[in-house]
Design a protein around this ligand. Sequence first.
Ligand code: AMP
Ligand code: MG
Length: 491
Amino acid sequence: MIKNIFKTPTSYTTLPSSFYQQVNPIPVKTPQLICLNNSLAEQLQLHDYIKNPSKATELFSGNAIPDNTQPIALAYAGHQFGQFVPQLGDGRAVLLGECIDKRNQRWDVQLKGSGRTKFSRNGDGRCPLGPAIREYLVSEAMHALGVPTTRTLALVSTGEIVQREQAYPGGIVTRVASSHLRIGTFEYASAHLGKDAVIALTNYAISRHYPDCQQDTHPIRSFFKQLCLQQAKLIAKWLSLGFVHGVMNTDNTSISGETIDFGPCAFMESYNPDTVFSSIDRMGRYAYSQQPVIGQWNLGRLATCLLPLISDDQNEAMAILQSQLDDFLTIFRHNYHQQMIAKIGFVQESKTTLDLVKEYLHLMDINEADFTLSFRYLANVIESDQTEHLNLFNKKPGIQDWLKKWRQIITKEKQNINNLKQDLNHVNPAIIPRNHRIATIIDKAVEQQDYQPFLMFMEALKTPYSIQKKDLKYMEPAIQSELVTTTFCGT
Ligand code: AMP
Ligand code: MG
C-alpha cells in the first residue's frame, strides 16, 4: 500500500454518481519508469516519488493505488467529426485523485492506458508506448512554449504487448490537468441525466474554473463568456505556433481552456493553411486554418446544453448565447492579430502591421518556407540579410521587398534594435517538437528500448526560446525523405 499522496478528497465525486464509475487501474506485468517529470512532481509536492523510483513505478503504472483512495473513470459524450456519440467516457484512463500544488491550485492526476473500464466499449483500455511518448513530448513542449495545456507527470512502459494493426509495447502516461471537464461532459449530462445534473455540473465547473462568475448577476452567462474567451485565446496561441490539434472533437475540448488529448497532433513545417496531419481527417475538418471555426462550433454544442439554464424562454436563451458565440471569432481575431504582429516585432495593431503579417505569410506559402524558422530567423536579419533566412524564400521573388518595407517601419517607429531582437526571440521559438524528430524518437524507444533520444529531446524542449549549440540539430526541418505528413490517433 502507498501512502496517500492526495491530501484532498476528489472534488469530482461531489457530482452525482452517474457522472463516473469507481474503478481501479488494472495492474501490468513488468512496469518500468521511463521518465518522471521532476519539476512537475515538485510542484505537486510529490517529493517522496522523486527520491524513490520504485514507488513511483508502482504508482504510475497503476500497480498500487494510494491508501484510502478510490480511482474513478469519468463519463462523457461528444461530437466526433460532427456526429454525436452519446456514450464515450474514460475507456482507457482513470482519475487517481486530485492534488493541491504549492500555489494552492487543484490538479487532476490521471493514468492513461490503465486498463478497461465500463466506458471501454470494444477497446482494450491500453495505450501503445508510441502515442504515450508523443503525448509526453508535445504536452510538455506546449507548456514550455507558454500554451495552456494538460501536463505529463510520468511515463511507464508496461512490459505488455498492445495489439493494434501490429503488436506494440504498452505504455501509461500520467496526465495532470486542471480538470478533465470537457464540453462532452455537459453533452453527457444533457443527453442522459436531466436538467438538475446539468445545473450541478455547471455549478461545479464555475466553482472550479471560473469562481469570479459566481459574483455576477448571471453566473452561467458569464461562465459561457469566459469559456469562449479562453478557447479563443487558446486557439490563437495554437495558430501562432503552427500547431494542429488534429482531433478537435467536443470530448477533446476542455472547460478549463487547456489543450487536451494529444492524439494525431503535430506542428506545421512549411506554411500551408490547409495543413492536415491526422490519418482519419480525410475532409480536412480539423485543418490548421479551420481551428477557430471549429472552436466556435464546439462552443455552440455547449451552448445547446446550457440553454435550459439560461431562461425559461428558449428564444431569449438562444439570443443571449448566440450573441456571445458571435463574439467568439472577433475575440479570436484580436488575439491572433496580437500574437502575429508580435512575431514580426510590433505591439500596435494597425493596417500596416497586419498587412506586413499577411504578406509575410503569403511569401511563406508560395515558397513553402518553414513556419517556425521564418519567424525565428527574423531576429538575425533586422540589420542585414542572412543566407539561412534567404534560403527559406528562394523559390519565388518578393522577400527582399518585404524585408525593405519591414525595416523601414521598424526605423520609423524608432525601435531599439537590441530590445527588438530579444522580443522577437521571446515569441518565436527555436525548438518545437517536429514530427520527424518525434517519429525517430518513438522508433528508437519502441524497437530498441532506447529512451535516451527521448530524454535528451525532452530536455531541449524545456527551453524552446533559447537555443544551446548542442541542440541546434533540433531546429532542423525534415528533409524530403524524413517528412512525416500523416499522424495517427494511436488508440
Ligand atoms: P480519444 O481518441 O483519446 O479522444 O478517445 C475517444 C474515446 O475512445 C474515449 O472515450 C476513449 O476512452 C476511447 N478509447 C480510446 N482508445 C481506447 C482503448 N484502447 N480502449 C478503450 N477505450 C478507448
Ligand atoms: Mg479524447
